[in-house]
Design a protein around this ligand. Structure first.
Ligand code: BEZ
Length: 283
């Protein structure tokens, strides 16, 4: 079956955040707070987030790709792991909600498309669906699991890794404190879904998957720069609660709040990641 007939919705470009005058009251985030929780700048991603893909080789091993297999890489980003799968002889298609990241992946010669995983509409095209560091951005996890189910041939496998329960708990707490001081609600701006193994396993099983393995494990992760660079790269949605001219001070405050717990005596920052990792089969 030809996977080019995917009919999912292309992603609309991010609406620019309107500048506010210092005296204007900050509007509540409202329903649009999740319209596009994050923009991805490929250069910023390489500088501050390359480790995310580099640390994904463990889940590639769990996938155990076989040359010739058709694999869908959900949340391919700039194609770092997609290229590894292609180099192993797989026929890989990458999808990502970010057109900038998809452009970067295409420049590497990969088959990459702008598709939202929550609305993707592939049908029984793939031997395996693979995903690294993406599923925690899915605020509608059941919709994403449905799309994966439809995309897989019978007997196909879904192998993924993402942030799990407890992921970046210290960072979330510090963001919550700084937002609360400014009258903003963390939950109203939180773009992340960090499931327990039980919760995500139940969702997979409810869709019909046979869950072969699923676990959450801690993976404290050294960062290539300061905490504020991580926040700028990954925590963009929370900035919707902060006036543009106050964002630098907000980031400094969150970083200094976290320094005692996430920065060592040598100045090395880390993020308190956990990972949810699973392998499931469509019978
Ligand atoms: C990640 O890419 O793994 C990640 C992103 C945001 C929060 C936590 C984890």
């Amino acid at each position: 079956m030809d996977s080019t007939k995917q009919t999912g919705n292309p992603i609309a470009p991010t609406a620019p955040i309107a500048p506010l005058s210092p005296s204007a009251p900050l509007p509540p985030p409202g329903r649009d707070a999740f319209a596009m929780p994050q923009t991805w700048n490929p250069d910023r991603y390489i500088a501050n987030a390359r480790f995310v893909a580099e640390l994904g080789m463990g889940v590639v091993e769990l996938l155990a790709p076989v040359a010739g297999e058709r694999i869908l890489d959900v949340g391919c980003g700039d194609g770092f792991l997609t290229a590894k799968l292609a180099a192993m002889g797989c026929k890989v298609m990458g999808i990502d909600a970010s057109s900038a990241q998809v452009d970067a992946a295409r420049k590497s010669g990969l088959d990459a498309r702008v598709v939202d995983a929550e609305t993707m509409a592939f049908t029984e095209d793939f031997d395996a669906v693979f995903s690294n560091a993406t599923l925690h951005w899915m605020r509608k996890p059941d919709a994403a699991i449905d799309g994966v189910w439809r995309a897989l041939k019978p007997g196909g496998r879904f192998v993924g890794e993402c942030g799990g329960a407890g992921c970046v708990a210290e960072i979330r707490a510090a963001l919550g404190r700084a937002l609360a001081k400014r009258g903003q609600d963390f939950d109203a701006l939180n773009p992340w879904y960090f499931a327990t193994a039980e919760e995500y396993g139940a969702k997979l099983a409810a869709r019909g998957f046979k869950v072969e393995s699923i676990l959450v494990f801690p993976r404290p992760t050294p960062l290539p720069g300061e905490m504020r660079a991580w926040l700028e790269t990954f925590a963009e949605n929370f900035m919707k609660g902060i006036r543009p001219e106050e964002r630098a001070a907000f980031l400094t405050e969150v970083q200094e709040d976290l320094r005692p717990v996430l920065c060592d005596a040598e100045g090395q920052w880390s993020a308190d990641y956990t990972r949810l990792r699973f392998r499931a089969v469509k019978p």
